[in-house]
Structure formats: structure tokens, C-alpha cells
Design a protein around this ligand. Structure first.
Ligand SMILES: Cc1ncc(COP(=O)(O)O)c(C=O)c1O
Length: 420
């Protein structure tokens, strides 16, 4: 057992010394008593986004009407460059905000396959996020490719040995999550990218659970492709557009399967044949979602102000504190850590295993703490590094230990009747 204190005063002291403490007030809070530990599902609403959206809707759309396209048309690349500069370590001209993560996966995997004739194996891990696995399954079925699955430990993420066994001269693309959605396991991007390149394949990283929480160094790691969403740590709101990254040296070699007019050279010439622009804009499809892209830019600016390194430090501090309290208070009630214990191997959420995790997650929400449940028997707690306080973690774990001790969750229904 650790020597760290478990009293609430210690959490208050950590908050008093938190250099990001002032950012909590930059978010809309309608219910002061609510503890929100689901920032890795849907991030909170920044006040700046609320007012910027009102301005865009009222002035740019309401008054400017179609004339505003002149300024809107550059937004997907501008927001992409902000993400590249402040969050994902990508030089300008390599990140574009567009479509959803799912659609971007489909575009980039197909483009990567087309660029490597003679290689027809796709590799991913069997605990990758469902949409990643389904998109790869669909592409493999449509194109007659092989999908090779790496077997993964649910708590620790894919092991290097299993990846090495799947690599070979027939592999076209390896597609992995940087941070595993279930356990929060953080992959070694640089090392894995190097291993994939040694076999001559391309690598695609899903950054949904790392962008905005963990510094990502796409250019330095030599990554080829990446996708990520913006409604989690970028706080851009439900259904906000995703982003994609294509390494500069690859862009003009790749041609995506959706030949939309927003990727077309001399778009308004309305010419007869598709001829994609050079650069990352060729991965655009149709009319961009402007309101969502505005929210992506605002959310990214706020994170940039906080600083990704400081956000990472805070994420590590919050999650290791959470693990410390879970060890002290929850282990005797049947909880077990289902995330990597080492800070360097963990993203910004913590998963706890308990045979009754579903009912406990419901009881926790009823007690004013929003976390979430993940199959088969896991409670996922995702503090928002920019907005969560140490006392929030303390209060959440305190309520959790009470629920576990008095077993009040046992009166709740057991069936999985959830939508999210
Ligand atoms: C790792 C990962 N990839 C993809 C997605 C979702 O993709 P989309 O935004 O297209 O629904 C999620 C959503 O939680 C995710 O965690």
C-alpha cells in the first residue's frame, strides 16, 4: 500500500497547486454538484465555443449568408493545422478536419491499399475500437484482402510479440489505436511505427483517445496516417467533425476512394473529370460541416493555451491519484485495476474491473458521478485534464466506496438496456 494520504485535505492541496486549476471556469457548468468523469466519451462545453458559435450562427450565417463561404472554405485546413501544431506534432499541411473518424478510416485504408499493389493484408488488434475493426472487415470483404487480427490483452493493449508475429512482406497497412478505448493502454508509437516500416508496410494510428490528452509526435515518429475524433478531449461537441493526418511525403501518392468535389482541383470550374488537388485537401469529400469545425478550432485553441505537456502532466496526476484511492478503498470490495499501472503506459482514463460493473456504474450516476461502463465488466473513469479537480476524483471514489460497501447497486436491474 502506498504512503500517499487518502484524506480530502490532500486533494484540496493538490488543487491549490494545480497550474491548470483556473481553466475549470472556462467551461459551462449548469450543475455544480455533478462530477463528470466521462471526458473521454464527450468533452464538456467551453464557454468560448458557446459564444463563438452564437456569433457564427448569428453574424456569419444569419447576416453573411452565402457570402461567408469565402472565410469558411479555409476552416478545415486551418483547424487541422491548429491540431497539428498544438496537439499531434504535425507540421502544417498534413492535418485536415473532415467527415467522421469512421469515414476517414475508410478513405485512408483504401488509399493505402491502392498505393501498395502486391500487399493485401491488413493488420489490427482484436480489441481495437469496434468501428476500426468493422471498417477493416468491410474493406477486406469488398477487396478480397486478408484481415489479420492480433490477439490482445484487454487490460494491457496489444503486445509487441503478437504484432511482430503478424508482420510480413504481404502486409499493406497496420491500423492501431494509440490509446486503447477500453483500458487506456498507451502504445509506443515511435517503436511500433519503426517495426511496421521494417516490413515495408504503412501504419495508421487512431488518436481518438490520445489527441488533446497525450502529446502525439506524428512527424517525429515517422507515422504515415492517422485519424481522430474531436468530441472527446478536444471538447468540440457531439458529432463534431473528425480529423485525418497524411504524412506530406505520401500525400500525392495516395488517392482516396470518395471522389468528392471538395477534393477537386479548380473546384468551381465544375469540370467533367475528377482531378484531385495536391496536398492534404485531396482527402476532403463534400461540403464541410462549418459549425462543428468552428467548435474544433475553439476547443483546440483552449487546449493550446493550457499546453499539451501540462495537460499530460495533469492527466497522469489525476489518474495515478485515482488508482491510488482505488487500491486503498476499492480492492477489498472486489474491484481490480484493468488499466496499465505504469504512468507512461496509460492514457487519461482508468478502467476498473468488477463483476457487477454495469449496476455499479448506474448507481454511481444516481449518486451524481458520470463515468461509463464498458463490456464485459468494466467501469471506465475519464477525468478531463483541463477541467477536473483532484477533489472531484476524491469525491467520486468516496461515493464509489460507499456504493460498494452498502451494496445498494444490488437492487438495480442487471440487464444491459443502454444506448451509448
Ligand atoms: C478509438 C475510437 N475510434 C473511433 C471512434 C468513433 O468513431 P466515429 O466518430 O466515426 O463514430 C471512437 C469513439 O468512441 C473511438 O474511441
Amino acid at each position: 500500500m502506498s504512503a500517499l494520504p487518502t484524506n480530502r485535505t490532500y486533494a484540496e492541496q493538490l488543487d491549490a497547486g494545480d497550474p491548470l486549476g483556473k481553466f475549470r471556469d472556462r467551461f459551462v457548468r449548469r450543475d455544480e454538484s455533478l462530477i463528470y468523469l466521462d471526458g473521454n466519451s464527450l468533452g464538456p462545453l467551453p464557454k468560448a465555443t458557446q459564444s463563438r458559435m452564437a456569433e457564427v450562427v448569428g453574424a456569419e450565417w444569419g447576416a453573411g449568408l452565402v457570402r461567408s463561404w469565402e472565410r469558411w472554405v479555409g476552416l478545415p485546413s486551418e483547424a487541422g493545422d491548429l491540431i497539428g501544431e498544438h496537439l499531434t506534432g504535425a507540421a502544417r499541411g498534413q492535418v485536415l478536419v473532415c467527415d467522421s473518424t469512421t469515414v476517414n478510416l475508410f478513405k485512408l485504408i483504401n488509399a493505402a491499399l491502392d498505393a501498395q499493389p502486391g500487399r493485401n493484408v491488413l493488420v489490427t488488434d482484436d480489441d481495437n475500437f469496434p468501428t476500426d475493426r468493422y471498417v477493416l472487415q468491410g474493406i477486406a470483404a469488398q477487396r478480397g484482402c486478408e484481415l489479420r487480427m492480433i490477439q490482445t490483452d484487454l487490460d494491457q493493449g496489444p503486445a509487441e510479440g503478437a504484432l511482430l508475429a503478424a508482420l510480413g512482406s504481404d502486409v499493406a497497412v497496420v491500423s492501431l489505436s494509440h490509446v486503447a478505448y477500453r483500458s487506456g493502454a498507451l502504445a509506443d508509437m515511435e517503436r511500433i511505427t519503426g517495426l511496421v516500416h521494417e516490413c515495408g508496410a504503412l501504419v495508421l494510428w487512431d488518436l481518438c483517445h490520445s489527441a488533446g490528452a497525450v502529446p502525439v509526435r506524428l512527424d517525429d515518429c515517422g507515422a504515415d496516417l492517422a485519424v481522430g475524433c474531436t468530441y472527446k478531449y478536444l471538447n468540440a461537441g457531439p458529432g463534431a467533425p473528425a480529423f485525418l493526418y497524411v504524412r506530406a511525403g505520401l500525400q500525392d501518392r495516395l488517392r482516396q476512394p470518395i471522389w468528392g468535389w471538395f477534393g477537386q482541383r479548380d473546384q468551381f470550374a465544375m469540370g467533367p473529370d475528377y482531378d484531385p488537388v495536391p496536398g492534404v485537401e485531396r482527402f476532403a469529400t463534400g461540403t464541410p460541416q462549418i459549425l462543428g469545425t468552428v467548435a474544433v478550432a475553439e476547443g483546440t485553441r483552449l487546449l493550446a493555451e493550457a499546453g499539451i505537456e501540462r495537460l499530460r502532466d495533469k492527466g497522469v496526476a489525476l489518474t495515478s491519484y485515482l488508482i491510488h484511492l482505488a487500491d486503498e478503498w476499492l480492492e477489498p470490495s472486489g474491484f481490480r485495476l484493468a488499466s496499465p499501472r505504469a504512468d507512461a503506459r496509460r492514457g487519461s482514463h482508468v478502467t476498473l474491473h468488477h463483476p457487477d460493473a454495469w449496476r455499479i456504474s448506474r448507481a454511481l450516476i444516481a449518486a451524481g458521478v458520470v463515468g461509463d461502463y464498458r463490456t464485459p465488466d468494466r467501469l471506465r473513469l475519464g477525468p478531463v485534464p483541463i477541467a477536473t479537480r483532484f477533489v472531484d476524483v476524491w469525491d467520486a471514489l468516496d461515493r464509489l466506496r460507499q456504493i460498494a460497501a452498502d451494496r445498494s447497486y444490488e437492487s438495480l436491474p442487471t440487464e444491459l438496456s443502454r444506448v451509448t
